[in-house]
Ligand binder design. Structure first.
Ligand SMILES: Cc1cc2nc3c(=O)[nH]c(=O)nc-3n(C[C@H](O)[C@H](O)[C@H](O)COP(=O)(O)O)c2cc1C
Length: 313
């Protein structure tokens, strides 16, 4: 079964977000408002290919039963390491593999990966082909419009589309724009046209500044040729963003409790309590008294203390 043939139209995806969409957060979102498809955070192919890095890579690729269907996202610059990693992923329970050709992080780009691939299109093609030739899973790509000029999409996207990826996610910004400017929605018609001309079978997924299901459906009404939408930071504003449900204070607090429970179960892996606090704002938000409650939660030093604060609230 090819996962891309078995999704509704339009489908909604929770965007891969390093340090956010880990095995715990994905389970919370599956409970609140399931997207049609999950992606993992990105995993480095050279870590997987090395004796020293493999255990860590495998830990990042751990999935829960509620994650399914889920795509493993990988990055790197060594085509052989793409082969080795892609070959292993089918047996780990994934429905597909996505290559990250869009990450703007300076360490990732310095290592030649993520958005740096835009500057080395031949290498990008070699990595893609090696992945495709090493797996029976469908291989997709997530990228940006270009490195510095949005108009670069006119030459960069054809490089990718002529490889006929199973799906292509376009984050409507350049690497240089990071997430600082509005997504270039005005380029959607030209991107649709390119897909139509060069690879009509490739699923086109649009990403950038899409808030929730309602917003995605509005864009889809305007451009029904788009197959799917990927939502990232929208989930920070509303963990129920894949539905049209407006959560109550109680529902949001229950989600935080679920996150705490799941964190406790996986505590040996997520060693420190402090990073967990980044998630509080997602749940304790948009209801009267949220700011004060969050301030109390930020002063806690353990799951037990956080649970006490929630009980009092
Ligand atoms: C904290 C954070 C981590 C991210 N990590 C990844 C990643 O691992 N892989 C990836 O392809 N994109 C990553 N992104 C980019 C998002 O997937 C998405 O393309 C971007 O946030 C734009 O979508 P949005 O406007 O819906 O948030 C990350 C974004 C954020 C905010």
């Amino acid at each position: 079964m090819n996962i891309w043939d078995n999704l509704p139209k339009p489908f909604l995806i929770l965007a891969p977000m390093e340090g956010v969409t880990d095995i715990i957060f994905r389970q919370v979102i599956a409970h609140a408002s399931r997207p049609d498809l999950f992606f993992t955070e990105f995993t480095n192919v050279s870590s997987y290919a090395s004796e020293k890095g493999r255990a860590n890579a495998l830990e990042r690729l751990e999935i829960a039963p509620t994650d399914s269907p889920i795509i493993a996202q990988i990055w790197g610059k060594n085509p052989e390491h793409f082969s080795e990693t892609a070959e292993a992923l089918a047996s780990l329970g994934f429905s597909g593999i996505d290559l990250n050709f869009g990450c703007p992080d300076k360490h990732v780009n310095k290592a030649g990966g993520g958005a740096a691939m835009i500057k080395t299109p031949e290498l990008a093609v070699a990595c893609f082909q090696n992945a495709v030739n090493s797996t029976s899973l469908p291989v997709s790509i997530k990228t940006r419009l270009g490195w510095s000029d949005p108009e670069e999409f006119k030459t960069w996207l054809p490089v990718l589309l002529t490889q006929h990826p199973a799906a292509l996610t376009v984050h409507l910004r350049t690497k240089k724009e990071m997430s600082k400017v509005l997504a270039h929605f005005e380029l959607i018609p030209e991107i649709i046209q390119l897909r139509h001309q060069l690879s009509p079978e490739t699923r086109l997924i649009i990403n950038g500044d899409i808030k929730d299901r309602k917003h995605a459906l509005e864009i889809h009404k305007q451009y029904p040729e788009i197959d799917g939408f990927m939502i990232g930071r929208g989930v920070f504003q509303n963990p129920y963003c894949f539905t049209t449900h407006t959560p109550t204070r109680e529902e949001l607090m229950e989600l935080l409790k679920l996150h705490l429970d799941l964190f406790e179960k996986n505590y040996s892996r997520f060693h420190s309590y402090e990073p967990l606090k980044h998630f509080f704002k997602i749940y304790i938000n948009n209801f009267p008294g949220a700011k004060e409650l969050r301030a109390k939660l930020m002063e806690t030093h353990s799951i037990e203390e956080a649970r006490e604060v929630l009980k009092d609230a």
